[in-house]
Design a protein around this ligand. Sequence first.
Ligand SMILES: [Fe+2]
Ligand SMILES: [Fe+2]
Length: 192
Amino acid sequence: MSAEIPDRDSAVALLESWVENDGLRKHMLAVEASCRHYARIHGEDEDLWGTAGLLHDLDWEKYPDEHPHRGLADLKDLGYPEAILQAIAAHAPERTGVEPDALFDRVLFACDELSGLVYACCLVRPNGIDDLKPKSVTKKLKDKSFAAGVNRDDVARGVGLLGIERSEHIQNVIDGMRNIADVLGVRAVDRP
Ligand SMILES: [Fe+2]
Ligand SMILES: [Fe+2]
């Protein structure tokens, strides 16, 4: 049997103990929500996939040069399941040498960069995520000056890893993030 997944409250407390930046916290929550949505689509373990999304950038703020190794060492000490460690290692293959092979790993990789772009799209729209469509996200994806920190090659690689249409992947990430729109502050009602 694989190790048990610590409950979400303790995972969130762990995140909050490592990460102070609100933007990074929201990014990790957005990736969690996207991974949870994918787990439901594939009939997989929502808590397993969601927890990897929630904790994948644990050490990014404190130890950017050692990311994700420091976070992984802590998660290992805390007894997080091997599948979570594997997926987190595989979200940064160029740093760890671990490639995203399993569906779980590929989903985390694919949701990571795209969720950042979707979030940025929400912020510049009067209605936020409420009426956001894949077409608008694709348009911003092609505009390289928009949310320039989002790595377009990684977005494309993620789509390729999932083997679905880009628009379907974008819709899935939007759907996942909609589930926590109030937490992310991306609904029309949250707009100033
Ligand atoms: Fe990362
Ligand atoms: Fe990330």
